[in-house]
Design a protein around this ligand. Structure first.
Ligand SMILES: Nc1ncnc2c1ncn2[C@@H]1O[C@H](COP(=O)(O)OP(=O)(O)OP(=O)(O)O)[C@@H](O)[C@H]1O
Length: 274
């Protein structure tokens, strides 16, 4: 029988691009991430979800090298990268919005993205002469800026951008680096409702390319529903569910561990705003 979900299942036949095996970190006696094993495949967008303090950001930090694991391993194309620092992992194709360059506050939006394009093309950061002769790279930078909806802010200093626009600039920089593994930590946080679709559309187009491995930490259920091929749920540092969105959302453990908590928080917020 035809399985309508088959086309979005992670391609098990292919080796994962990124993998964690028994990954963990302890802060004092507290296991913030505890024995997490998961594999991420090209062409798949995996949403990492869970209540506040579940360990999502810490898990991201372990994958991207921001934090050293105290247990387990991280594999990239089967190579053990557990001991590589964040910069080396970035060079190997793991891209994460905030870690990449941090924004250069005094440089303009275009200049910030320009540097990312330059570094991708290994033209070096100080080779102004090379840069001037590479009008195509400027054009690429412009396109990345345009794609995140910042065309009108091209010459604005990064420091002067609103929080939402800074997030967009981070995403533009990430895109300019063309990483194979794209890690997005709440990419629409701090954006107004009308700004969100620009970023979601960009992520959807990135996903449609089919060759990227995308990991997304996200709280917004509508974002998860529209983009995720797969959901990994963390709770108290442990992986408690991993599967197709519909089955994960329906599972009792998620209803209790995640959705229940969110509902309570939303209700509290609604009461507070009433
Ligand atoms: N550097 C640190 N030192 C000590 N404890 C930490 C550190 N970083 C994170 N933790 C703890 O680890 C746990 C997981 O935190 P983490 O930020 O990863 O959760 P999260 O799921 O990303 O939460 P949120 O949705 O609120 O961002 C929390 O209990 C947190 O207090």
């Amino acid at each position: 029988m035809h399985d309508p979900t088959a086309q979005v299942r992670p391609p098990e036949a292919r080796a994962p691009v990124l993998e964690s095996r028994g990954l963990g970190i302890r802060f004092g006696g507290h296991a913030a991430v505890d024995d997490v094993s998961a594999a991420f495949h090209a062409g798949t967008l995996t949403a990492i979800v869970g209540p506040n303090g579940a360990g999502k950001t810490t898990y991201f930090n372990l994958l991207s090298g921001q934090l050293p694991a105290t247990a387990g391993r991280v594999l990239l194309h089967g190579d053990d990268i557990t001991r590589l620092d964040a910069a080396r992992r970035t060079a190997r194709g793991i891209g994460r919005a905030f870690q990449l360059t941090h924004l250069f506050p005094r440089l303009s939006v275009l200049e910030n993205v320009r540097l990312a394009v330059q570094s991708r093309h290994r033209a070096g950061f100080n080779m102004l002469a090379v840069w001037r002769s590479r009008a195509d790279l400027v054009e690429q930078a412009r396109q990345h800026v345009q794609q995140v909806g910042l065309a009108a802010r091209l010459d604005e200093q990064a420091a002067r951008l609103s929080h939402g626009d800074k997030r967009k600039l981070e995403v533009a920089i990430l895109m300019a680096l063309e990483p194979q593994v794209v890690m997005l930590d709440e990419p629409t946080a701090g954006m107004s409702v009308d700004e969100v679709p620009v970023i979601l559309d960009l992520i959807a187009r990135l996903k449609a390319q089919g060759d990227r491995t995308i990991l997304l930490v996200e709280h917004k259920m509508d974002v998860i529903r529209s983009l995720a091929d797969r959901i990994v749920v963390l709770h108290n540092g442990r992986l408690v569910a991993d599967g197709m969105p519909a089955e994960v959302m329906a599972s009792a453990v998620v209803q209790e561990a995640y959705l229940g908590v969110r509902r309570q928080r939303t209700a509290r917020r609604e009461v507070a705003h009433a």
